[in-house]
Design a binder for this molecule. Structure first.
Ligand code: TMP
Length: 268
């Protein structure tokens, strides 16, 4: 492939200029970071699995009417996405207490929350992504009131859908992080789901054993992170030899793709 212009490099992904105006190529790395990149490492094959899991989840979400930036997967580590103006807010949805909310409020990990919580964090690495209130979002105009309504409504629908999707494969969706972006059409803009949804940004616990199947294995030095990510992909029917799930199937060992169902062909 010809040399492409790199637009942005994040902790787990790189964005390149896409083949058409308004598109980008999102490349998934194996790099893993935690605690605002104080801890760094790699999880072998993570980029390949997250690319596939995120494709699957975004495709399923688009089927229930959630607008997303995902266009199509191009290869093992890359997907074509719509270019958006990222809203500088990380939206965290929590069903069960875990992670930072336990520290902040003195909760026991695993405690069910009275009801689902939506939290907002300001996306700023230098500040360590601080927790913010809607007041701050309005005051500093990071997103408008109508945009926030759309974001909150989508976050709730995504949570309902994903909780069901994961519970069907014996996984509890504890919490997760979403990012949204704006696309422009003349004088109008609208909000669509962007970034990725993968075990990097979700807490996923096995329903029977409570085993963690997400990036907490890396954050907390539990080991077995590769196997955990693969297990999520396997249960979603995305690994070779499984018979559910649309699109292409990966043979992780051969690092070749085998086609099944409706293949997604990159446009010439
Ligand atoms: P937290 O408990 O550390 O606040 O994380 C809540 C959820 O958000 C968890 O599923 C991990 C995800 N998350 C990210 O994807 N990126 C981040 O930078 C942070 C802090 C959390």
């Amino acid at each position: 492939m010809s040399r492409r212009r790199q637009i942005y490099e994040g902790k787990a992904k790189i964005l390149y200029e896409g083949p058409e105006p308004g598109t980008l190529i999102q490349y998934f790395k194996d790099d893993a970071t935690a605690f605002n990149a104080e801890k760094k490492g790699t999880i072998n094959g993570k980029g390949v699995i997250n690319n596939r899991i995120s494709e699957y989840v975004f495709t399923r979400l688009s089927h229930i009417g959630i607008p997303t930036h995902f266009i199509r997967r191009l290869n093992m580590r890359e997907q074509l996405v719509r270019q958006v103006e990222i809203v500088p807010i990380e939206v965290v949805v929590r069903n069960i207490a875990a992670g930072s909310i336990c520290k902040r409020l003195g909760l026991e990990e695993g405690e069910p929350l009275p009801h689902t919580l939506i939290e907002y964090y300001y996306k700023d690495d230098a500040l360590g992504d601080p927790l913010i209130a809607e007041e701050h979002i309005a005051a500093f105009n990071w997103a408008g009131p109508e945009e926030m309504q759309d974001i909150a409504a989508m976050a709730i629908r995504i949570n309902d859908f994903m909780s069901g999707m994961f519970s069907a494969i014996d996984i509890r969706l504890v919490d997760f992080k979403l990012e949204f972006g704006r696309i422009f059409d003349g004088d109008y803009s609208r909000i669509i789901l962007a970034d990725e949804i993968s075990p990097d940004g979700c807490r996923l616990w096995d329903m029977k054993t409570g085993e963690k199947l997400d990036k907490d294995r890396f954050r907390r030095d539990l080991g077995g992170e590769e196997e955990a990510y693969q297990e999520v992909a396997r249960r979603l029917g995305l690994l070779d030899g499984e018979n559910s799930g649309p699109g292409e199937v990966f043979d992780l060992n051969s690092h070749r793709t085998k086609l099944r169902g409706t293949p997604v062909k990159p446009k010439k």
